[in-house]
Write a protein that binds this ligand. Structure first.
Ligand SMILES: Cc1cc2nc3c(=O)[nH]c(=O)nc-3n(C[C@H](O)[C@H](O)[C@H](O)COP(=O)(O)OP(=O)(O)OC[C@H]3O[C@@H](n4cnc5c(N)ncnc54)[C@H](O)[C@@H]3O)c2cc1C
Length: 327
């Protein structure tokens, strides 16, 4: 798909892993050696944030890429295959009830019943557990939408545990701050992200992400720009950090491409003004809720909007050709 987006343009694509950025020496240290730069755009995305919780990294999977999603799928299928007929199914725990964890719980709640049936297992009262540290899932969302999401997930037999942060993780499961133990055969950590660790230590950070100025420069660097999850975008109205989203990454990419051109040609730079347009969360195939530009939506409207946004995005990067999957 990448060749469909950048093919035909004068872009050299080189596949390698960034190990660290040395901003002072102006080089990117990669798996293939050092790469000097005049202008650098950091778009490395995020790494999971474990908040120093004991045992969590070793005893959980994360959902942060296509490959990670496939690994989760493989492990779940393996666990169900290994369970004996007539037994209770393996316990899956999604830890972190933000956007990613809530969507994942909704998807799993629709998939697990088919696995239970397929492997002849006993149907338990709850299919999986979603754990959230804050009093409600989808913290930061309109409380009515959070409650709605909880009701939909509960109707799909998802056990929701809120207001009790994860304190420790082990092979047996999760220990919460209250002392409660949640048994788990597979824990998927969706509790937060931080800037990709590969950026190194040369940048000023805000809430685990690179601080940027109004033009999307890394704070204090005129020739280094940061876009997407690696950056800490601030809400233009409240000044508070915005949750990472594809919408922000795309808006910043627009501003940065303009500003690089302007910096070379002597044109006027553009400012990035952070804005939270809203989100739509899908809860399996049939349910979706969200808020866009202050308009609350649910059901079919929300699902259609989410689909339209996806199609619009695909079109924006690859035109009709990519949209139609033209080989
Ligand atoms: C399950 C899930 C669902 C989501 N749903 C939505 C949604 O519905 N709407 C929405 O707005 N946002 C959603 N998001 C968030 C959205 O995906 C991100 O905000 C967006 O992708 C950020 O773009 P980015 O370019 O900063 O990072 P990414 O898209 O993560 O891109 C980073 C790239 O850098 C590469 N990379 C990483 N490390 C290295 C390295 N060391 N060397 C070289 N390359 C490297 C990665 O392979 C990747 O290609 C979702 C995220 C997840 C995980």
């Amino acid at each position: 798909p990448l060749s469909k987006v950048i093919g035909g343009k004068r872009i050299e694509f080189r596949r390698m892993r960034v190990e660290r950025i040395d901003a002072h020496r102006r080089v990117v240290i990669t798996s293939e050696g050092e790469m000097p730069f005049d202008i650098l755009v950091i778009a490395l995305g995020s790494s999971p944030q474990y908040y120093g919780i004991e045992g969590l990294e070793e005893n959980s999977l994360v959902l942060n890429s296509y490959e990670a999603a496939r690994e989760i799928r493989r492990r779940i299928e393996e666990l169900f295959r290994e369970a004996g007929r007539g037994e209770t199914p393996p316990r899956i725990v999604v830890a972190g009830g933000g956007f990613t964890g809530t969507e994942l719980a909704g998807e799993l709640a629709e998939w697990i019943p088919t696995l239970i049936e397929g492997y002849g297992l006993r149907r338990p009262d709850s299919l999986l557990t979603l754990v959230e540290a804050m009093p409600h899932i989808l913290p930061g969302w309109n409380p009515e939408l959070s409650r709605m999401a909880e009701e939909i997930l509960a109707s799909k037999s998802v056990e929701i545990v809120t207001g009790d942060p994860v304190k420790r993780a082990s092979r047996e499961g999760l220990e919460l701050k209250s002392g409660r133990m949640i048994h788990s055969d597979l824990t998927i950590w969706t509790g937060g992200v931080t800037c990709n660790r590969a950026v190194g230590g040369d940048f000023e950070m805000v809430k685990g992400r690179i601080r940027i100025d109004d033009y999307c420069h890394a704070w204090g660097y005129e020739d280094i720009y940061v876009v997407g999850d690696a950056s800490c975008a601030l809400d233009g109205e409240t000044g508070k950090p915005l949750p990472p989203s594809a919408h922000i990454a795309m808006a910043q990419a627009d501003v940065v491409s303009h500003n690089i051109y302007a910096s070379i040609t002597g044109g006027e730079m553009r400012r990035y003004i952070g804005e939270r347009v809203g989100e739509i969360v899908t809860l399996g195939r049939r349910h979706a809720i969200g808020e866009l530009w202050g308009i609350r939506m649910k059901g079919l409207t929300a699902r259609v909007m989410k689909k339209l946004i996806h199609l619009w995005y695909v079109h924006s990067i690859g035109g009709v050709k990519l949209l139609l999957g033209d080989p």
